[in-house]
Write a protein that binds this ligand. Structure first.
Ligand code: GLU
Length: 904
């Protein structure tokens, strides 16, 4: 019975023992909290118990030994070593003896191939191969290996060899020691090193990057390969826009990685942290993968843990078997397939190759044992953002002491650096730097730059930009095809043209016939022509308006003939009398002549008012006497000299012009030495002598504001623009262009121009120059009056035509003739334009039958007219027997009477 109970207990004990989670030991530095959490949580995930042993700090070998032995006593399955360095050697020795699997999760410089080690970290062989391929891919021929003191170059051996084996590669090595890496980095910069391979553990990486940036090794000409697979877990945003090329590795696939997301959740659940998957460092992931390897191996092999002792040298029975399974078992972990060679090294690893781009971290390729594949993804410009390539860069900007682009500040203090300068260009660069996030340093350069035709060499700013001794040039730098062949320009920020500035000429009193100048010649011509035409029109309209034919002797009731007042002389007199505002005794009777006369009066009122209003200015204002009327006259002027800025594009314009006059002027300027070194000198000469200075209109505008006796002459001779100069293919161009457009669209450039042209440094001194120049009235100004007159005349003509047709019709009925006959007769008579006497038509004998009817009509007419006279429609009516001509002298009374007679 007792035996049976014992057997049962043994079975239960065995079963219970099987269910007890197996323990995995972990060695960590005390402060490696994150790793400890990852270890505990991952162990829980795979149903293990985690036993953590801590080492206070680096080099505590005794601590390490003690911890390993304690873990052995606890009967762990193996030890996960998150300490590394020399301590790993110690752990390795003990694990070797105890035959405990020793799983390393970091690179170990003192790595020795040993059967009991399983190194989760990519092997040095893998690193050597990928680095070599990457350097070749990047076509580096010079590069520097940077490593942190206390570490070895084991992973970069192949690169060192590249330098030794062939002459093609120049490899230098720099050790980063102490807390400050800047000295080493400055030295590298001074030596002109641009490509670096950096072996720096994660804990020092941030400091290294900062120091590199501080010494100016993070510009677009610099390129780095970082060995640490954790580079991209850091926040690299601040380096993103500097243009530096950073390449690094990642072991984990961030897309479609269920295990990674699970681990992130597990870690975040137990803590208050909210880590993102991409923030988990490689060590954390490898700890998880190491536990997964234990778990996978235990599915294939049953082991029994034993309490071991470091003292008796007895090893674990299952140790080597377990390790064997761990090495050979193909497991898919977070860091992809976990495969090891016979020495527990991970050669068969897959690296994602990452690059830092302005749009952020980008996976640009992959490396595995089959080789390197680079597939650069397209980074859309929109993602890059306007500021990208220039952020945090220090830029050398060339300026010139040309007003108002750059001035030296007036101050009693001693200023240094950029503080010494002010002006339009200085402000513009400041605006751009705020948008694009760069810093800048000014350098003065007087020569803007041109190409020497004999030597083919560039000079001045252009040369400096080409030699990369400066990044930008900003002043009144004109965009020319010649310069464009040597450098690039930003989008133009100002447009201008060449013009002439010279001293305001003496004024002269108005000329004798200046009253004629009120109207332009064409107005005078049209006025005269119109008067003539109108004269004819009045005659014609008068002749066809039957009411204008009046009885010359009103006391004779049945006159033999009728007269018309619109003779040529009368018509012209009526027209001229109105122009002179004097009137005349000619008074139209019919509607059409009255209408035309009214419109004419209206027209003359407008013309006379305009003339009188403007006349004063013409009689009083003194005129400028221009010493020359155009550039050609200036070229031949005896007492006037002229010039331009030497070496500038204005002079070039004359040299290259297709106009022979301009080319002749260029030769004369040079032979007579009329050129000046800068605009200030040219302006001073123009002010003090008979010197016409050719200058760009923007500069003329500026000087005119401050030198009130200077004037600009004539139209612009050409049209061009200023741009910011930069080297050919400059990476800044796009960003500067965008920022300039932004500033233009917001009106900031115009505001700056107003400030530096019209306000600061003596701007506005001359005030708004009143243009005393009299303004001549041209056809453009008077056209309205002419149109009104034209329309009025047309309407008058129409009315008179209708009137004539009606009268012709009535007559044709009255005298029993055809309408056509009457009309032809009437028109023939009217178009004769001569004879203001018209016989009254009487019925012929054959018309006897209608004679009575005619007498009846005439009687009616007579009665109607007498009635209207009595009703007093006229204020003064007096029957006179004066002839038509005598009515002219007796005022309007007889005309009033004549108006009421209707003879046909
Ligand atoms: N803007 C000119 C240039 O870029 C200088 C001034 C001038 O020639 O008038 O050379």
């Amino acid at each position: 019975m007792a035996v049976k109970v014992l057997v049962l207990l043994a079975i239960v004990a065995h079963v219970c023992a099987d269910d007890t989670p197996l323990t995995i030991g972990g060695l960590f530095y005390k402060d490696a909290e994150d790793l400890k959490i990852a270890f505990t949580k991952s162990a829980e995930q795979f149903n293990f118990t985690a036993s953590i042993k801590e080492v206070s700090k680096k080099g505590e070998i005794l601590d390490v030994t003690k911890n390993v032995c304690e873990l052995a006593t606890e009967g762990v399955l193996g030890i996960i070593d998150a300490i590394g360095g020399r301590a790993s050697e110690n752990i390795q020795t003990l694990c070797d003896v105890l035959e405990l699997p020793h799983v390393v999760v970091q690179h170990n410089d003192w790595y020795s191939k040993n059967w009991s080690v399983l190194n989760m970290y990519p092997s040095p062989e893998a690193y050597n191969t990928v680095l070599q391929e990457l350097v070749q891919e990047k076509n580096w021929e010079n590069f520097t290996l940077l490593y942190v003191k206390g570490h070895s170059l084991m992973r970069m051996n192949s690169l060192l060899m590249m330098g030794n084996v062939t002459d093609r590669y120049t490899v230098s090595v720099r050790e980063l020691s102490g807390d400050d890496y800047r000295d080493v980095l400055i030295n590298a910069k001074q030596n002109g090193y641009k490509n670096f391979v950096v072996d720096c553990p994660l804990q020092y990486l941030e400091q290294l990057l900062q120091h590199a940036q501080q010494v100016g090794l993070m510009a677009d000409e610099h390129s780095y390969i970082f060995l640490s697979p954790d580079l991209f877990t850091l926040d690299l945003n601040r380096y993103r826009h500097g243009g530096v090329n950073m390449t690094g590795f990642r072991l984990v696939d961030l897309q479609n990685n269920e295990r990674l997301w699970q681990l992130t959740d597990i870690i975040n659940n137990g803590t208050e942290r909210t880590l993102e998957s991409e923030e988990l460092n490689t060590k954390t992931l490898l700890i998880h993968d190491a536990i997964q390897i234990f778990h996978a191996a235990l599915k294939k092999v049953k082991v029994k843990t034993e309490a071991l002792s470091c003292d008796n040298g007895i090893s674990w029975r299952y140790g080597s078997t377990l390790l064997n399974f761990m090495q050979t078992n193909k497991v898919e972990g977070i860091t992809r397939t976990l495969l090891f060679d016979g020495f527990g090294q991970r050669n068969n690893v897959t690296f994602d190759i990452l690059e830092l781009t302005p749009a952020g971290n980008q996976t640009v390729g992959k490396w595995n044992s089959n080789g390197l594949v680079i597939e650069r993804p397209f980074v859309p410009n929109a993602e890059i953002g306007i500021e990208s390539a220039m952020r945090n860069k220090s830029i050398k900007v060339l300026i010139s002491k040309t007003q108002p682009f750059t001035y030296i500040k007036y101050t009693s203090e001693t200023l240094e650096g950029n503080d010494r300068f002010e002006g339009f260009a200085v402000d513009l660069i400041e605006y751009l730097s705020r948008i694009l996030g760069f810093s800048y340093e000014f350098e003065l350069e007087t020569d803007y730059g041109s190409i020497n035709k004999e030597t083919g060499k560039w000079t001045g700013m252009v040369l400096k930009l080409r030699d990369e001794r400066a990044d930008l040039a900003i002043c009144d730098l004109t965009i020319t095809t010649q310069r464009l062949s040597g450098i690039d320009f930003s989008t133009p920020f100002m447009t201008l043209g060449i013009s002439i500035i010279f001293k305001e000429p003496r004024k002269q009193p108005p000329e004798m016939f200046s009253f004629m100048a009120v109207f332009s010649k064409e107005v005078w011509y049209y006025m005269t022509l119109i008067q003539l035409l109108l004269g004819f029109l009045m005659i014609f309209v008068g002749r066809i308006s039957h009411k204008e034919w009046q009885n010359p002797v009103p006391c004779i009731e049945q006159p033999e003939e009728l007269t018309n007042q619109f003779s040529f002389a009368n018509s012209v007199w009526l027209i001229i009398g109105s122009v002179m505002q004097q009137g005349s005794e000619i008074a139209p009777i019919a509607l059409a002549p009255r209408m035309i006369t009214s419109v004419w009066w209206f027209f003359t009122m407008i013309m006379v008012a305009s003339y009188v209003g403007t006349l004063v200015a013409f009689l009083t204002v003194e005129k400028d006497v221009m010493p020359f009327e155009n550039v050609e006259q200036l070229a031949d002027h005896k007492s006037f000299s002229y010039g331009a800025k030497n070496g500038g594009t204005t002079l070039q314009f004359f040299e290259k012009s297709s106009n022979p006059v301009f080319r002749k002027m260029h030769q004369k300027m040079i032979s007579k030495q009329w050129l000046v070194a800068d605009n200030d000198l040219g302006v001073a000469l123009a002010e003090s002598s008979s010197y016409a200075f050719f200058m760009e209109s923007t500069s003329i505008e500026y000087y005119k504001e401050r030198h009130c006796d200077l004037v600009q002459f004539g139209e612009l001779l050409d049209s061009k623009s200023y741009g910011i100069g930069m080297k050919k293919g400059s990476p800044y161009k796009k960003y500067i262009d965008d920022a300039l457009l932004q500033l233009k669209e917001k009106g900031e450039i115009q505001k700056l121009k107003d400030i530096w042209w019209k306000e600061k440094r003596g701007g506005g001194k001359c005030g708004e120059k009143v243009n005393k120049e009299e303004k001549q009235l041209s056809m453009k100004n008077m056209l309205g009056a002419f149109v009104v007159l034209g329309v009025g005349c047309c309407i008058g003509l129409l009315i008179s035509t209708l009137d004539m047709l009606w009268a012709v019709f009535k007559r044709s009925v009255k005298y029993n003739t055809t309408f056509k006959e009457e009309l032809i007769e009437e028109l023939k008579f009217a178009l004769k334009f001569s004879g203001d006497v018209k016989p009254v038509k009487r019925p012929t004998k054959s018309d006897e039958g209608s004679a009575e009817a005619l007498a009846e009509v005439e009687k009616k007419d007579e009665v109607r007219s007498l009635r209207s006279i009595r009703s007093g429609r006229s204020t003064s009516t007096r029957m006179t027997c004066h002839s038509h001509s005598s009515r002219h002298s007796s005022g309007g009374l007889s005309i009033a009477f004549a108006k009421r007679r209707d003879y046909s």
